[in-house]
Design a protein around this ligand. Structure first.
Ligand SMILES: [Fe+2]
Length: 435
């Protein structure tokens, strides 16, 4: 009798497990009066502490990059802390997850995602140009810069199977692009836009564009909205810096997005905070490309997008409070405890270095050069953080600006004038009504 009961018990268990496996994953619906909350963490460029040391070579390397490599882990710790506190529904990472695609960086980054996901947040990633087949994957040891292993495309999919690839409802045959369905009525089209890893340029080939159209047909059948997430930019975010940032064939991509009714594109790559839109002359349809600035780059912020079927989309940026985090977590690093001062100094030394060089070559007195540099620094700080036009107008009165205006055509003049003529005054906030 005991034996029969045990057999029946096992059969019931097998039946239960089999039906559980066959049952399609329940996908929730966002009801008309609900809204969902999504974080966008762009270009975190994570670098493991295992790959660094305190050598002079490493310190010299830190001075050559725009991002604050030394603290990429701390910035992600703060994001993780905020995810645990605020429990956003979704977090997307539009590429450049790691510094130069080192395997060690990817494996540690994945562990961080695992912790973020443990709170119930859905996480989706796509690769950026730095993440795959990167022959510049590096580490620092014995005061030397050494090369280490990167990962290939298959390994990327394997490492990140729990962050989009495993639940994709469609995969592109030519790239690592995929379609995910976190909600019945809100889907994510995660696009792999790097033309040739690890080269910086972006491109979406004809076959992938056809696949994108087929994804949109699937979504239309179920009356679902699609948000596009891609590493490269859809639209030019600067008059001077666009080559290798905007996808090469953005006219065809733009036409496709207008045709299928995409409203929102979330991108990264350019490392500055900027929102651009394009309206189709024929149909009047508008698509927005929201480029969120890189997490380890001044002004150290991430994006937040809320979506409501009745109200549409609302985007804003959230600046990391590094000093508060350092204090609350008893961190002893002085740079973190006085982060606002440290990050400003880092910004002047690293991000304004190129401008300092250009100013040095101008035929001006040392005092005039200093005035011009002071103006460039202040305007750059606003520009990188996403504030333009009105916010920059106060500097038009400055002595440095007047000097630049009086110069002949040169890089600094072109750069400063380019910052002022922007489509948006505030690139940190946007409301997009529902179609
Ligand atoms: Fe990047």
């Amino acid at each position: 009798m005991k034996k029969t009961s045990a057999v029946i018990g096992i059969l019931v268990l097998i039946f239960f497990l089999a039906t559980a496996c066959l049952k399609p994953r329940e996908v929730p619906m966002i009801s008309i009066d609900e809204s969902i909350n999504m974080y966008i963490v762009a270009d975190p460029h994570y670098m493991s502490e295992k790959l660094t040391d305190d050598s002079k070579t490493f310190i010299n390397y830190l001075d050559t990059v725009d991002r604050m490599m030394k603290y990429t882990g701390v910035f992600l710790d703060i994001v993780e802390d905020e995810i645990k506190k605020n429990q956003p529904d979704i977090v997307v990472f539009p590429g450049d997850l790691t510094n130069n695609g080192s395997r060690v960086n990817h494996l540690e980054f994945e562990k961080r995602l695992e912790r973020m996901k443990s709170t119930g947040t859905k996480i989706y990633v796509v690769p950026g140009n730095h993440d795959i087949n990167n022959e510049k994957a590096l580490y620092f040891k014995d005061d030397q810069l050494q090369l280490t292993e990167s990962i290939n495309e298959d390994e990327f999919v394997k490492i990140y199977k729990d962050y989009g690839y495993g639940e994709a409802i469609s995969r592109d045959e030519n790239t690592l692009s995929y379609l995910a369905k976190p909600y019945k009525n809100l889907w994510l089209l995660m696009l792999d836009t790097t033309k040739d890893y690890p080269e910086p340029g972006g491109y979406i080939n004809r076959d992938t564009l056809n696949w994108i159209v087929s994804c949109s047909e699937m979504a239309k059948e179920e009356d679902a909205e699609i948000i596009v997430v891609m590493h490269h930019n859809l639209l030019d975010h600067s008059d001077i810096i666009w080559e290798d940032y905007t996808v090469d064939n953005n006219t065809s991509v733009l036409n496709t997005f207008h045709e299928i009714g995409i409203q929102v594109v979330l991108s990264g790559h350019i490392h500055i905070q900027d929102i651009k839109s394009h309206t189709s002359v024929e149909t009047g349809h508008t698509v927005y490309d929201i480029a969120t600035s890189s997490l380890p780059v001044y002004n150290h912020q991430y994006g937040q997008l809320t979506y409501s079927p009745s109200k549409g989309y609302d985007y804003q940026t959230i600046k990391l409070n590094v000093e508060k985090y350092a204090l609350e977590n008893n961190l002893k690093d002085e740079n973190l405890l006085s982060f606002n001062k440290y990050s400003e100094e880092f910004f002047i030394n690293n991000l304004c270095r190129k401008h300092k060089e250009s100013i040095r070559l101008l035929e001006l007195s040392d005092e005039e050069k200093q005035e011009v540099f002071n103006t460039v620094v202040e305007m750059n700080k606003k520009y990188f953080s996403g504030y333009r036009n009105e916010a920059l107008k106060e500097y038009i009165e400055s002595e440095g600006f007047q000097i630049v205006e009086g110069l002949g055509e040169c890089f600094i003049q072109e750069y400063i004038m380019g910052m002022i003529k922007d489509q948006n005054a505030d690139n940190n906030k946007l409301h997009i009504p529902i179609k």
